[in-house]
Unconditional design. Structure first.
Length: 696
């Protein structure tokens, strides 16, 4: 029997797929990413293990090289001490030989020789000769390097008697008279400390030290066979090559394939090599792949078995589903299979479909939002109570009309585009404006969506409008408040910046600046406390006086006398007068009435009128009594600048200072409007932005 062809929504046909196959595909879809992740983790694990081996390999090579360097440096230190002899006279040569023979008692030093400026041997602790074959051992070239000021460690060699394997350490020597010479020590390599005993090499690892020609200075495996012998060609290439550190591969004398790391010593020129069997380097990857293969096989087998088993359980109930659906459509009792929970829910879905339609109709009819359906040519098809409440149209007035009657003229293009997008199956969410029946514009949040038939074709458009007029008004108020806050913050920062600059110019050191600037910030803060408490609407002058003078008078409240009519100050005046009151109080504490227990400060203010009676003037008087004698200062400081010029620059008016014998008197005369009217509101259209605040 051929499979049934199903026609999809877009018209293409497809062959039904069995549940077993779907479960198998699902299992594969789940397992393939899992397998890829396991494979990636296995590779990363093996790479990490190999990296750790390589890091350990180069660390061991570096430690071996440093160990050999220390052994050679011990001989070097002995030669440096011997080279401090002053001259090369006969007596000194004898003394040289005496001390040199004492050094040869050390196990690592066999012979010490001294060479003159021409490279001729002039003293030696031994009669044994050195090899003379320049191709194997160019001794003269080494002496020449030492005479030119270079410390040299020779390649290793076997002495002429073939008794021991030796290397030479040759140091330059300069006599007090300025003549160059060279001092040389023969190092017995079989007597130096074994460089491998202090390192625990892994099983199968081989370590070695080779000289500049590629001969073995030391070897961890069979050292007695290879000491002084040439190493493998790959090691010789490393010893004579240009790289000081790196890695390479080779086969050892024992026939084992190795991965090597090497590092050359700057002190001796010898190269430390650590070899790790390639099998050890490859084993992490092999282990990971074996583990991965086994895990994948187990998972695949288990997954396919479970897919087959559960496929059988699912297929049987589905075969009876068609008969149950036909019975339900025809109104007959339907016997649904109950072995699968989701199939027992199918009956509830059929029953709930009718209820859902009723619920949806109730939601639309009672919603506070305006919900309507629109035909593809823009006519209104349905109209709920929320739409009636929002726009003012009754159903019989609007049904069949074009929705364009609700759209302002300037938004018709936007409306047409929304309709076109919905026809193409696109949902649109935006905030815009609509018109009520009386022509009032309202802000709405609009949701326009297509309505589909059973074949997936757009047959109508759903439009839901939510009134957001109050939210928009609230957002507008917030923007106004933010602009006002920005304006006030800029003014405050300008005041602080100017105050800091002026304080710095009048301070002799940093500590004085910190104290004065901190006090002035406290004064400015006191003014702002009043502004914040009044929601930036201003404060009474009497409150400002007590706010600033209270901390200076302490518990002597009788030391403050303030009187005058009630006068509400603007925020601008509070800041300026607050700074002035703070400076006057500070001067009173330092030099005036508050500097003695009996001192009293009186502040009074009154309202006067000009001669032509065109405006009111405010006269504020600061008077100090019972204080120390007063004399006019030789120069004006920052306090005078704040109490005089800042007030006149910020508020206008005039300041008069009177240094009377019985106490200092300060008078400020200013127009009343300067104290009670602040700068224009920058949030209002057409407001004039004030210039930068005056320098304090």
């Amino acid at each position: 029997m051929s499979p049934i062809k199903l026609r999809g929504i877009n018209g293409f046909t497809r062959t039904p797929i069995s549940i077993r196959r779907l479960l198998s595909i699902q299992s594969a879809a789940v397992l393939i990413p899992l397998v890829l992740v396991l494979f990636f983790l296995a590779i990363r694990y093996s790479d990490t293990q190999i990296e750790m081996i390589e890091i350990r390999r180069i660390d061991v090579a570096r430690s071996i090289s440093m160990h050999v360097d220390r052994s050679v440096d011990q001989v070097r230190g002995a030669l440096v001490g011997l080279s401090t002899l002053t001259n090369l006279s006969e007596d000194d040569l004898n003394e040289f030989l005496r001390q040199a023979r004492a050094l040869t008692t050390l196990e690592t030093i066999e012979t010490i020789r001294l060479y003159d400026t021409d490279g001729k041997e002039i003293a030696s602790t031994s009669e044994s000769a050195l090899p003379s074959d320049p191709e194997r051992f160019d001794h003269k070239a080494l002496i020449d390097k030492a005479l030119n000021g270079q410390s040299v460690v020779s390649p290793i060699f076997t002495d002429v008697n073939g008794n021991s394997t030796t290397a030479l350490l040759i140091l330059p020597r300069i006599t007090p008279s300025g003549r160059r010479s060279a001092i040389e020590a023969s190092i017995a390599l079989d007597k130096i400390d074994d460089p491998f005993t202090s390192f625990s090499l892994e099983d199968g690892w081989v370590a070695a030290v080779i000289d500049q020609k590629g001969r073995f200075v030391a070897r961890s495996l069979s050292p007695e066979l290879y000491l002084g012998k040439f190493s493998r060609p790959e090691l010789i290439a490393v010893a004579t090559g240009g790289r000081a550190v790196g890695s390479f591969e080779n086969v050892t004398h024992e026939g084992v394939s190795m991965g090597n790391a090497f590092i050359r010593s700057d002190s001796t020129g010898w190269t430390a090599v650590v070899a790790v069997p390639k099998a050890a380097l490859e084993s992490p990857l092999r282990r990971s792949l074996w583990l991965l293969t086994g895990s994948i096989g187990l998972i695949l087998g288990l997954s396919l078995g479970l897919s087959y088993y559960f496929g059988r359980l699912i297929i049987e109930p589905f075969t009876s589903l068609k008969a149950a659906a036909d019975a339900y459509v025809e109104g007959r009792p339907a016997k649904f299979p109950t072995t699968i929970k989701e199939l027992t829910g199918v009956k509830r879905v059929f029953d709930a479909a009718v209820e859902k339609a009723a619920h949806l109709a109730a939601v639309v009819s009672t919603s506070g939002d305006a919900i309507m359906s629109i035909s593809l040519d823009g006519r209104i098809l349905s109209w709920n109570a929320g739409a009636r409440e929002l726009f003012g149209y009754q159903e019989n007035e609007i049904i069949g009309q074009s929705k364009a009657v609700l759209v302002p003229d300037e938004l018709r293009v936007e409306y047409d585009q929304n309709i076109a997008n919905a026809k193409m199956g696109q949902s649109v969410r935006l905030e815009t404006f609509r018109l009520k029946r009386d022509g009032t514009r309202i802000a709405v949040s609009l949701n326009v969506s297509p309505i589909y038939d059973v074949n997936g074709h757009v047959i109508a458009i759903s439009s839901i409008a939510h009134d957001i007029t109050h939210r928009k008004e609230h957002e507008s108020r917030q923007r106004l408040l933010i602009r006002e806050l920005t304006h006030r913050s800029k003014n405050l920062l300008a005041i602080v910046q100017s105050m800091a600059s002026q304080t710095a110019r009048s301070s002799n050191d940093l500590q004085a600046f910190q104290i004065r600037f901190g006090e002035r910030l406290q004064g400015l803060s006191a003014s702002h406390d009043l502004l914040v408490a009044s929601n930036w609407q201003g404060a009474d002058l009497a409150e400002l006086v007590h706010k600033h003078l209270g901390p200076f008078a302490g518990d002597r409240l009788s030391a403050i006398s303030a009187s005058g009519p009630r006068l509400m100050l603007s925020p601008k005046a509070i800041q300026a007068l607050g700074m002035a009151l703070h400076e006057l109080s500070t001067n009173a504490v330092k030099h005036g009435a508050y500097s003695v227990p009996s001192g009293v400060v009186t502040i009074d203010w009154d309202k006067l009128h000009t001669v032509d009676d065109t405006r009111s003037m405010i006269v504020i008087t600061w008077r100090e009594q019972n204080g120390p004698p007063v004399s006019k200062p030789e120069r004006s400081g920052f306090g005078s600048l704040v109490t005089d010029r800042m007030l006149t620059k910020s508020l206008g008016g005039e300041v008069v200072r009177d240094y009377r014998k019985d106490g200092f008197v300060w008078t400020f005369t200013v127009p009343e409007t300067s104290l009670t009217t602040d700068s224009p509101d920058l949030s209002e259209p057409g407001a004039i932005r004030p210039q930068s605040p005056p320098a304090i």
